[in-house]
Design a protein. Sequence first.
Length: 586
Amino acid sequence: MTGHINPQILKGLIQVALGKKKASWVISNIFLVNVFSREIQKNFSIGVFKNRIAYVGPDPRPLIGSQTEVIDGQGQYLLPGFLDAHTHLDSMFTCNSYAPYALMTGNTTAITEMGMVANVMGKTGIDLFMKEAGKSALRIFFLAPALAPPFPELETSQGPTLKEFSQILKRPEVLGVGEAYWPRVVGLDPRTTHAYLLAHRLNKTREGHAAGAKEENFMAYAAAGTNSCHEATTFEEAVERLRFGLAVMIREGFVRKELEALAPLAQTGLDLHRVMLVSDIFHPEDLLQGQGMNSLLAKAVSLGFDPVTAVMMVTRHVADYFGLRDLGGIAPGKLADLVLVKDLTRFECSKVWVDGCLTVDHGRFIKDAVPFSYPEEAKQSFSIPLIDPGVFSIPCSFQQVKVRVVKAVNQTITQEVQIILKSRRGRLVSDPKQDVLKMAVIQRHDRIPRPAFGFTQGVGLSEGAVATSLTWDANNILVIGVTDQEMAQAVNRLLELKGGWVVCRGDRIVAEMPMPIMGLISEEPLPALNRQIQKIEKAVQSLGSSLERPFLTLQIFCFTGLPFIRLTDKGLADIRQNKLIDIYAP
């Protein structure tokens, strides 16, 4: 939170600015990137009192006393701290493990969704996550999840009640309504209607997810009061959103990369003050290699964006959009969230300050983390007992049948194909020769397992099974495998780990990644987590899979936020038609 300014700091800021009091610290000999005037000011200095900027100008000498720390900027560029306007920090890693690596890339503030933890533990999960996030060195704001689950007629999960949602949205550190899928808003889902009306009254944002919305559907989505969208994948879609008054969040992270496709915006002459660069979430491996918000800026500049404009897309534009008046720029009165970089091409960060405190020095994180332990309640998020292979049996009285198959088209999109399967001993089983594998989704809170079944193509296993509880958004258990025995083996080990990922071959576990916090979040530091992800991916590929990024692609088979056909705990779902469909094709 930016927080309130107390009388002592207010008085001190005025006195320092007047030259009647000395600054806490000064940085001189810098090129100041001014996002308010769109210019770079040479040989400038700033003076900070406590956690706020008191002075910006060429001569800091009147500010310097015996107790003032003086830092030589060595002719480097001083930028406002970078704000990631759209990310998901409520899965994979703890905020404490994420924050140091994000900060080393200049990312001082994140605005995160909370739909993953909401789907698992409702308001309790949200409260725990926000408490943990508040302990991290990164400044974190939140978005209230209106749709948990997104499509209750198609899937099952926990989620806050309307009353609980209202309590969450009214919290000052919650900036708006999290991304609400357009079919729910246009279809007048009571939850999104309630959320949009309350956000309007509270003057908070309504974040959008307009993937697939066309013509009158997109018009209706905008008319409802949706304020942004991070799903523009083409230049034309980005321009359409800008023309309708929506903020365009250009996504360049783990899930999708659209910066290159949307880079022509830089040459149009259009007003870009509602354009931002966002991660949607960074892969741990990228962060460990020093690639975060800084790499987004570097790529934007390499694609033709003016460096100051690029900086504005992760600073002032974000702060203005969310009403974060204390952040987003370097000026008297602003919070001292600052980044010192060597140049405006690579944006390599040498120093980073958050709330006036040096957090990164010589490119290294130097603060001690504030410990936080999730309670045992958060590590008991499954009610499913250990299961028998017979649970995965699909009886079939015909010699062969035509079945609907969920085919992975790319890393996020699926489509329906229809394939003939032969039954074996009165059961439908996987057919690796056709690259058709049995999959099942088990509702995590069911005390008696009742899997929903489907078949998938494009995973490519020739043996073994993989199970995970990290499945957008409902986060039930997904298992895909060649035999029922291997599927049961993978699920049972997953339950013993209290969630995460398991890959098995026969009766042997070949890779696993425990994620015991709500079955979504690892307790490991980021380097160890990244090694586990790599082992999971290599293990899946060792079973015959040709998927380039199995860790990402396997999560999407249950995701109802994108077309076309998915498997949920209630069965096969046709997302476009918003209905459950039979596993058997007509």
